[in-house]
Design a protein. Structure first.
Ligand code: SF4
Length: 78
């Protein structure tokens, strides 16, 4: 039940920050992707007791990145 095997996990190779060249340049050893599950979302209003919400002090927007070996109860296989 790892994020890397979940249908909500998106690893954007074309991402400006986390593409392969930067990954190599920075010597990072952990690949991370974005969780697109709507149970985990950017807001300050929780609507259900089975979700995770997050927001920042600027109240603008933020993406949620997870490591390949993270996982949660909302996992759904690809
Ligand atoms: S955090 Fe949960 S829902 Fe999101 S990609 Fe990982 S296992 Fe899937």
């Amino acid at each position: 039940m790892y994020c890397k095997d979940c249908k909500f996990y998106k690893f954007y190779r074309e991402d400006d920050i986390w593409d392969d060249s930067n990954f190599t340049k920075t010597g990072r050893t952990i690949k991370l992707g974005e969780c697109t599950n709507e149970k985990i979302r950017y807001t300050d209003q929780m609507e259900n007791d089975d979700e995770l919400i997050y927001y920042d002090s600027e109240d603008y927007s933020a993406a949620l990145y997870v490591g390949e070996l993270f996982g949660c109860v909302h996992f759904e296989g690809k």
